[in-house]
Design a protein around this ligand. Sequence first.
Ligand code: GDP
Length: 448
Amino acid sequence: MFDTLTQRMTRIVKTLRGEARLTEANTQQMLREVRLALLEADVALPVVRALTARIKEKALGAEVLDSLTPGQALVGVVQRELTAIMGGDDASQTAELQLAVKAPAIILMAGLQGAGKTTTAGKLAKFLREQQKKKVLTVSCDIYRPAAMAQLKTVTEQAQTDYFPAQAEQSVLEIAQAALNWAQRHYHDVLIVDTAGRLGIDTAMMQEIAALHAALNPAETLFVVDAMLGQDAVNTAQAFNTTLPLTGIILTKLDGDARGGAALSVRHVTGLPIKFVGVGEKLDGLETFHPDRMARRILGMGDLFALVEQAQHKVDLQAAQQLAHKVKQGNFTLDDFKAQLAQMKNMGGLSSLLDKLPAQFQAANNPQKMNQAEGQVRRMEGMINAMTPLERRKPELLKASRKRRVATGAGVQVQELNRMLAQYDQMRTMMKKLKGGNLASMMRSVKG
Ligand code: GDP
């Protein structure tokens, strides 16, 4: 996420931190670099101007000039201003959905075709069910594309919430009304209404969604937009906002957005809070948006909160306890090793984890290396899968001929299999020492 922007900003932060003295010249130089980084990230011009003006004003202020570590103080300024431009850290403005007391609260999804509306409707349904214990109903008002209705049905089933089927001959308003009645009768807390998108802004579409809005009086009207469109994303958000009283924005496909322009601009230009960001095609690829945390990520300072949240929601605690028990007993098998690899994948894979670590820890902050590492994990799983259950418990049973078979089965060279077995062996030895409580000897073996 935002790789190019983060790389540039991290460099600026690093240089600044090293400055013992701030002069007019090095402050100007820093501002120029920030400006360039923002322009290159496709940040909207008014936002670039506002941001650099604010940083400049603060850079020349007492807070920075009187500081014993002016470089550090200036980094703080940049961080705070980035946070502010994305909506500040006022929680009421950001993460939380304002779901009315009156049930069902309606969430109306708006956006162009392909923005990720339907996928995001599924993600939201899952999020609300799992994390807010809501009973959710979804309905599609896309009467023009039967495939879109089928898609919503599929994601709703994946989210394990309820889906309201429409009749082919009904109008958009009739469908919405019928779904609302159903939700009321069946005590749903939330009704998510997916709508038809078009390839571009289109009067008929705007009228239809405005009529839906008037009839439903939704608690939230969320504009779903593809972050990879950069400034175009911001312009369409602005256009929708003039016709429809939007309450927030969901930026999708941030996982593929190297630049970050939409994330940095959309709040300042539209005045609307970013409520969520989409970070993957799967239903768990949704994160609540926190401006302060996003600013830290952009500056290469990492987002450890997100990492902890990810761990809390995605790690199977029971499995972790079972593993701890096995380690205590001293029988950590290749199956357990594989389970560890699976846990890591569950948390969104290596790249999603590294994304949230401060830049100095991102030794492999390089997509090519990441792909290599992820490929390696996949191959490790393949090798373990190719073994018999007995071999997984006692890999020492693997003789040369079996090793060749296993390697061929997993599509790797025997050397790679040997390397994996050596790694496992190291881990097992380490865990045995841990079991004995001999931390000092473990540290020695790690170093050695
Ligand atoms: P709609 O036409 O607005 O309903 O868009 P869809 O929900 O059909 O999504 C369009 C495409 O974008 C699909 O292939 C989705 O899998 C993909 N997509 C949606 N959200 C994300 C996201 O956050 N990250 C990635 N990588 N892909 C996404």
